[in-house]
Write a protein that binds this ligand. Structure first.
Ligand code: SF4
Length: 379
């Protein structure tokens, strides 16, 4: 443990960080719960259900998940460091720790957050990278389509929409679970997949619940072009008035043949028209394309047709294109069909090189491009 003179403290309205030395940083939400721990080049992030994701670099980016016993040891280590900081730190830090109850979060109590989390939520399968720090509310469960060959996000649950009353109870339970920890969360993510595919009549009451519970916070959600009821521009505008800020569209590819191979309905033209509608209504857009899907045989057409489609979209400064390295799940329908068609998977290095190339081309078009690694998802 470093001398107290080295101790750095940041007390923000939304969080507390304490750094006893240059190689160690502890971060707590305003309920006093650990959410991140950095130690000597390794970052540990606690999910809301108290799983711990470990990230570090060796030759490449590495990630692991701790076992429950390892997580308990890590929480104990953090608790010991926090207790020492409390004793040696300035009065303002002691006051903050007391106000937020930081030292009351014993490893056992922190581990018990798993049970508390699953009383409130069905598993959160995926979020866009800029949404990991939103508060997720599940207006629907599952996906309306659920048949894309590569996707396993919602296979554990059939699609269902909550009534206004049920959703309002869920939102209250979410708020209680976060407590003052909500101040770390800037936006609201309306989950699961395709919540926005509900008809306007069913959706508006759910937006009212969100607006009343989280006034002024921007709302985000996934939407697929091809499922659910198609909304008019005016209806999207109404949702913008109710707080909708950005939608994330699983574009996957601009190549229709590949899209059909993935069993995702729709077409490049429908997507382009849909993005025009959204932009006209004032909705920001996050497009997600998968790099490497379809293997070597599709690589050329997939890249070129995806870029050509994006080039025809009226994207602006608030929009972005996510490029997601494709992960083939063994045993998936995609893996079966890919083998049947004799398609050759791209290596990780080839996918990475293509991702960098596409990102460069998208930036040349004047649009924002970012990496979206589904393995880094955390909530
Ligand atoms: S529409 Fe989206 S969430 Fe649904 S199965 Fe396809 S990729 Fe998965």
């Amino acid at each position: 443990m470093a001398e107290s003179t080295e101790l750095l403290v940041t007390l923000k309205p939304g969080f507390t960080t304490v750094s006893p030395d240059r190689r160690t940083v502890l971060s707590f939400d305003r309920e006093g719960r650990l959410y991140a721990y950095y130690k000597a080049g390794v970052t540990y992030r606690r999910t809301l259900a108290s799983a711990v994701e470990v990230r570090y670099r060796e030759d490449a980016r590495r990630r692991e998940r701790l076992s429950r016993a390892e997580a308990a040891r890590l929480f104990a280590e953090v608790h010991r460091i926090a207790a020492t900081c409390y004793r040696q730190g300035p009065a303002a830090l002691r006051a903050r720790f007391e106000e937020d109850g930081v030292l009351q979060w014993t490893p056992e109590r922190l581990l018990a957050q798993e049970e508390a989390f699953y009383r409130v939520y069905k598993p959160i399968s995926i979020l866009p990278p800029d949404q990991y720090l939103s508060v997720v509310v599940q207006a629907t469960e599952g996906c309306t389509w659920n048949r894309c060959t590569f996707c396993s996000f919602y296979q554990d649950r059939p699609f269902r929409a909550k009534s206004r009353e049920e959703f309002a109870r869920h939102v209250e339970a979410v708020k209680a679970f976060f407590g003052r920890g909500l101040s770390l969360r800037k936006g609201v993510f309306l989950a699961d997949g395709n919540a926005l595919a509900l008809s306007q009549n069913r959706l508006m009451p759910l937006f009212e619940v969100v607006r009343d519970a989280f006034p002024g916070r921007p709302v985000y959600s996934f939407i697929d072009v091809y499922t659910g009821e198609r909304k008019a521009v005016e209806e999207w505008r109404r949702l913008v008035e109710m707080g909708l800020h950005r939608v994330y569209i699983g574009m996957e590819t601009g190549c229709d043949e590949l899209l059909a191979f993935l069993n995702k309905p729709g077409s490049r033209e429908e997507l382009i028209r849909f993005v025009h509608d959204l932009k006209e209504a004032g909705v920001a857009v996050g497009l997600i394309a998968m790099v490497g899907v379809g293997g070597k045989e599709y690589a050329g057409r997939h890249g070129e047709e995806t870029l050509a489609a994006i080039a025809r979209m009226p994207l602006g400064p608030g929009d972005l294109v996510y490029l997601s390295p494709f992960i083939e799940h063994p045993g998936s329908e995609y893996a079966r069909r890919r083998a049947e068609r004799g398609l050759t998977p791209l290596s990780e290095e080839a996918i990475e090189a293509e991702l960098q190339r596409l990102a460069g081309e998208i930036r040349t078009l004047g649009f924002k491009a970012a990496r979206y690694d589904i393995r880094e998802f955390i909530y």
